[in-house]
Design a protein. Structure first.
Length: 326
């Protein structure tokens, strides 16, 4: 495993800047998520680290050593793509063995390494199957085994779970996180899925228009966003006071319109416009300060406590309303 650093990376395509002076340090042995919408620069950054894109300016270093000019196959990376890129005519074992065979590893060693890699991803016994005979989750594991079998310094994951259905994707998020931590490899994940980044990553960088908007642990970025973009892109957030402050929907408590204010809580008069039942929670869509405010409450009684049209107070701890940068 290696420490990866991107220093002042800039990449332009005509007048558009895919990367604009991006600097990030990816800690050794940790899973780091690059999160952002389409066109934010996250994939360009990942492909620059891999060696598939050459930045116009800036430097990429592995363990302090610049890798400019080093081709992808010599950087010691493993990569899992969104489509998995498995060879349909090859068996599971041969797919995993491909990188070792290209490197000239002896056949007897290949068999041992492939067996170990398939055991790591819990696919022992499926060596002779073809990709079309596997489920989506199993194909994803084959792609992961193929990336890990060469013992790379850095593992790069480009939207690796986006092709899976929601339930399987959630299960694979936990499984992949556990595997990466067990192997202890430096891993960089590109995703546009906020839940995926929060679930899997040790650290997150939110990108927009080729720049890093915010970086930190999932808890830091979620609970203390610095900008309106970071607040609204990573989860739901209500913007208060003309966008100067933000609060998460789950931090709001709905109260009747009358009565003394609760100790230590600020209140905001509002009107319920809709109550959305979602099993374990009820989301109230309210109007306050001339805009829609969402409040998510645990569902303990089976039905909404406030009907559409009801006057309410939205109560919250002042510390939960985060001050945003202009």
């Amino acid at each position: 495993m290696s420490r990866v650093e991107a220093a002042g990376l800039t990449k332009r395509y005509g007048a558009a800047a895919a990367l604009d002076e991006v600097s990030i340090a990816f800690p050794e042995g940790r899973l780091f998520a690059l999160l952002g919408p389409s066109g934010s620069g996250k994939t360009t950054l990942l492909r620059s680290i891999a060696g598939f894109v050459r930045p116009d300016r800036g430097e990429i270093r592995f363990d302090g050593e610049p890798v400019q000019g080093v081709p992808p196959h010599r950087r010691g990376i493993g990569m899992v793509f969104q489509s998995y890129a498995l060879f349909p005519h090859l068996s599971v074992a041969d797919n995993v063995a491909f990188g070792l065979a290209v490197r000239g590893v002896p056949r007897r060693d290949i068999a041992r390494e492939v067996g170990d890699a398939l055991g790591l991803v819990r696919l022992t016994g499926l060596e002779r199957r073809r990709p079309r005979q596997l489920s989506g989750g199993q194909q994803q594991r084959v792609a992961l085994a193929r990336a890990l079998v060469t013992r790379p310094r850095v593992l790069l994951l480009d939207e690796p779970l986006s092709a899976l259905d929601r339930r399987l994707r959630q299960a694979m998020q936990l499984e992949l996180r556990a595997l990466v931590r067990r192997v202890g490899i430096t891993t960089i994940l590109v995703t546009h899925d906020q839940e995926e980044a929060l679930t899997m990553a040790d650290r997150i960088a939110v990108l927009a228009e080729g720049r890093v908007v915010q970086e930190g642990t999932p808890r830091e970025v979620y609970e203390r966003p610095r900008t309106a973009f970071a607040a609204t892109f990573l989860g739901d957030a209500n913007l208060l006071d003309s966008g100067r402050r933000a609060i998460r929907p789950e931090r709001l408590l709905l109260l009747p319109p009358d009565g003394p204010p609760p100790d230590g809580l600020a209140t905001l008069p509002a009107t319920v416009r809709e109550a959305v039942y979602a099993g374990g929670t009820i989301t109230y869509l309210c109007e306050a300060q001339g805009r829609e405010i969402r409040a998510v409450q645990a569902n303990s009684g089976g039905q909404a406590s406030f009907a559409p049209g009801a006057a309410v107070r939205l109560a919250y701890r002042p510390a939960d309303a985060v001050e945003l940068e202009p």
